[in-house]
Design a protein around this ligand. Structure first.
Ligand code: DC
Length: 228
């Protein structure tokens, strides 16, 4: 019997740097990368395009089932998200898309509809899975789990810079408010709330340079799997 591909889960709140860190770690390891937040954003966007009521759990779950979500490298080398064949990468980065994602992600039938899609990313030589419930719900058997966090103020500052660099205009104060509200909704929901897996290594990256965070995450893996 062949063993399943190893999984490293990286969960944490928004703005904790998960996306950047997970992509860098996946690329250093030569492993696949799952951006589960992008999946929730894509479903929120598809539901909004269809004019659905985002509070209607069953309607949004049906939309999740019929929506085709694909990740492909774009012309800029960055991963692009195609929603029903349409490149939605830019639209999905907006705070409106993030709020829609957070709203639809609270519905149990929507989460259930997206399980198989996420499990399908587990392929050899390995997977880095980025999200909120990767280590608790989707890949509870993952051998390597990290919960990445940072203070809310630092996360708002990072997000501000990230959005500004991408040409999205934002206000730092309103961003801090949105981040706090989203944290509360993500951590307070009944299904798959944002919380560290019991066996996760908790890493607080407040004030830590990205290169150090990457090294600390890689250090969770056994030496035999770490890049030389
Ligand atoms: O990581 P992100 O900001 O792209 O995620 C957007 C929203 O999707 C976030 O507010 C909560 C939700 N989400 C989730 O519920 N479960 C995941 N595994 C990933 C994201």
């Amino acid at each position: 019997m062949t063993s399943p591909a190893p999984v490293l889960t990286i969960d944490g709140p928004s703005g904790s740097g998960k996306g950047t860190i997970s992509q860098a770690v996946a690329s250093r390891l030569g492993w696949h990368y799952l951006d589960s937040g992008a999946i929730y954003r894509a479903v929120g966007q598809a539901a909004a395009w269809e004019g659905l009521d985002l509070s209607d759990a069953d309607a949004v779950a049906a939309c999740a089932t019929r929506t085709e979500i694909r990740f492909e490298p774009g012309p800029d080398g960055e991963p692009h998200v195609l929603v029903n064949g349409k490149d939605a990468t830019r639209a999905l980065r907006s705070e409106t898309a993030a709020a829609a994602a957070s709203a639809i992600a609270a519905h149990p039938p929507v989460r259930a509809a997206l399980v198989q899609l996420q499990l399908g990313f587990r392929r050899k030589p390995g997977l880095v899975a980025d999200g909120r419930d990767m280590g608790t719900v989707i890949f509870p058997d993952a051998a390597y789990k990290v919960f990445l966090t940072a203070s809310a103020a630092e996360r708002a500052r990072r997000r501000y810079k990230q959005l500004k660099d991408k040409g999205v205009s934002v206000n730092l104060d309103s961003l801090l408010h949105e981040i706090a509200a989203r944290d509360e909704r993500d951590a307070g929901r009944a299904v798959a709330p944002l919380k560290p897996a019991a066996d996760a290594v908790i890493l607080d990256s407040t004030g830590m340079p990205i290169t150090e965070v990457i090294e600390r995450v890689l250090a969770v893996l056994p030496a035999s799997l770490r890049p030389r």
